[in-house]
Each structure stands twice: as C-alpha cells, then as structure tokens.
Design a binder for this molecule. Structure first.
Ligand SMILES: *Cc1c(COP(=O)(O)O)cnc(C)c1O
Length: 352
C-alpha cells in the first residue's frame, strides 16, 4: 500500500462533529441567506457563463471590486477558495521546511493544521491571562530563529477578542525577515480592523472571507490584501484557474449588496449582545466578544456533558474544552433570535 508522509501519519484532522440537529450553532455561519435579489440575479448571470472556457485566471474583475471596496490597488488583492486556501498559499510560499509558523494558543486550529500539511514546523506561544498575545514572548521569538509566518487572528477564534492595534503594530515593526498574517475572518463584527497596516513594503497580509459576514460559507471564497510583492509570491503557488467562473461571478455580484450585508452584521451584533445579556442573567460565565460567537464556561459541570445535553435538546455548539487553554469552554455561534432562544432554553434545562 502507498504510505502517507510520516509527518502526517501522526496527525488527526480538524473536524467539527456534524451531528444532525435542528439548531446548528457550531461553525460560526451566518443565520441569514444572502439577499433574495442576489440569488435571483446570480442565477441569471450563471446562465450566461461560457462553461467550455477557462475562467479569467487573474480574476481581475473580482479583485478590482474588492480593491475598490477596501480602497487599495488591485495588485494588493489575491482571491482563493475560502480564506483557508489563502492561508495555505501563504504557507506554501513563505513556510515549508527550515522555516516556521508561529501561532498563539488558544486560537484557530487550522493555522497549525495547514502549517503541518505544508511541512512547516509549528511554534506555539501561549497567550497571556487576558487571552491576548503576550508581546514580550512574541518579540523574543521573532528575534531568533528561522523565517516565520506569524498568525494573528483578530477577532480571535474562539475567544472573540480583538488584538490591540499596538500589539500588531509592534509585531510588524519588528518583523524583519518574518511575515505577519492578520486573519480577519470576523472583523466586520468588531469595532475596528487592521487593514491600514498593509502597504507596499510592509510584511503584512490581511485575510478575509465571505464565509461568515457575507452568509456565503457555501460559496468558498476568501481573499488576501497585502503588499504587491507578497501577492506576487502567492501567485507562484496557486494552481491555474483555481477560482472557478461561477465563484468569480458570485463574488463580484455580492459586492453590489454591501449595504444589505452591513445591515445583517449590525443585526448579528445586536443579537450577540442580547444573547450575552441572557446568559449573564442565567449566571453563565461569558466573556466579551467582537465576533459572531460567544465563548462560555460551564463552571462546575464538565463541558462535554453540557455539550451532550445540548445535543439531546437539538442544539449543536462547539466543544472547545479539549483545546489548549480552554478547559470547560464551549463556543456558541450567534444565530437567529429564535435559534439563540432555543439555545438559552436548552442550556437552562441542561444546567438545572
Ligand atoms: C472560519 C474561519 C476562517 C474561514 O475560512 P474559509 O475557508 O474562508 O471558510 C478563517 N479564519 C478563521 C479564524 C476562521 O474562524
């Protein structure tokens, strides 16, 4: 039998258990579909695709739209199949053997997972007691060792907290030969972003996705914004025509609905605060969040039992209690008002 790479054999994949329940609050998807007019216009436009032809390899039109949205030159934008593919391209171009990926725990587990897939050694730095990046440990790590891809997630998943701007600015200022990646998958739910750290010559790439805010997890579209020379490096490792014709059209069309999507984001943020309030009233330990999810503590109850109890009540959340630094924690996505109420009712019964 063919033998898998030795370094992959020991690893287990990243999976969020998919259980068949009515209320799914485990993967931070949006509770809303995109606007109906988006869906109907998309159907019309897809009817006009020349399916026998390869799509625009450079995705110029979609990239131009994204560049306009963010007020950056088109050369500073790269698109891919979800931001996870962007992250993979970054590691293919800037990681690999003899280099390293620096991740802060607790954090998004895919960063380390994709690093391992690309044979990039992973260096883990623990967060401070506030669950933020400890800048002294981070700078100490950057001052020694091989070239690093440093993953900053802001807001962080699963803690929901934004990294202070000064922390990220300090990382960029001390980056030298290293690359700072700022994963902003949830940034539209937060007060501020870090996009202004990007400029030609700056060793920073910001990544974004249509999966969360845009309610288009099914589309698999993500993008990167960074210095022109960094984007050219990513181009070297992307497969030809990797973004298909349908996705190019859907992504570009979505940009006509920014106002509608902003309104949905505002609703989710309001709903997040309402849910937080209800959990606080129940006496549940719930931290602040600038994303579309909340991290809760299960107190004296084992988190796994609370998770199972919720599943029995038809509610699926993410059990983070096995992740480093997150004992006793569950992550719940902010859903629709009725989904959130179902979650609170179920939690109340499970904790009773
Ligand atoms: C959900 C998520 C992503 C999104 O990945 P896609 O491939 O765009 O769906 C990226 N980063 C973080 C931190 C996430 O939580």
């Amino acid at each position: 039998m063919a033998r898998i790479r030795d370094d992959l054999r020991a690893l287990s994949g990243y999976h969020s258990p998919q259980v068949d329940v009515t209320v799914r609050l485990n993967t931070n998807e949006a509770p809303f579909a995109p606007p109906a007019e988006f869906v109907s216009t998309l159907a019309q436009r897809l009817a006009g695709v020349e399916w026998n032809r390869y799509p625009d390899r450079a995705a110029v039109s979609l990239r131009t739209g994204l560049a306009a949205l963010h007020g950056v030159p088109v050369e500073q934008v790269m698109v891919a199949n979800g931001s996870n593919e962007v992250l993979q391209s970054i590691l293919l171009a800037f990681g690999g053997a003899g280099r390293r990926a620096v991740v802060f725990e607790p954090g998004y587990q895919m960063h380390a997972q994709i690093a391992r897939n690309t044979a990039t050694p992973v260096e883990i730095i623990e967060r401070d007691s506030e669950m933020l990046i400890d800048i002294r440990s981070a700078l100490a790590s950057l001052s020694a060792g091989p070239p690093a891809v440093v993953f900053v997630t802001s807001p962080n998943n699963p803690t929901g907290r934004c990294e202070p701007r000064d922390t990220v600015r300090a990382l960029v200022e001390h980056a030298g030969q290293h690359l700072i990646v700022v994963d902003e998958a949830y940034v539209q739910f937060a007060g501020a972003d870090l996009l202004d750290l990007v400029s030609d010559g700056a060793p920073v790439i910001v990544t974004r996705t249509f999966s969360k805010t845009w309610g288009m997890a099914g589309l698999r579209l993500g993008y990167a914004i960074g210095a022109t020379e960094l984007m050219s490096a990513l181009e070297l490792v992307t497969l030809p025509y990797h973004v298909d014709a349908a996705k190019l059209i859907a992504g570009e069309l979505a940009l006509d609905f920014v106002a509608e999507m902003d309104a949905r984001v505002a609703e989710t943020v309001a709903e997040r605060e309402r849910l937080r309030g209800r959990l606080c009233d129940l006496g549940v330990d719930v931290g602040p969040s600038e994303a579309n999810f909340l991290l809760i503590g299960t107190g004296s109850r084992p988190a796994v039992m609370v998770w199972e109890g919720l599943v029995e009540h038809g509610v699926l959340v993410r059990d983070c209690s096995g992740w480093p630094g997150l004992a006793g924690r569950l992550r719940v996505t902010v859903g629709s008002p009725s989904e959130n109420d179902a979650f609170v009712t179920a939690l109340e019964e499970v904790l009773r």
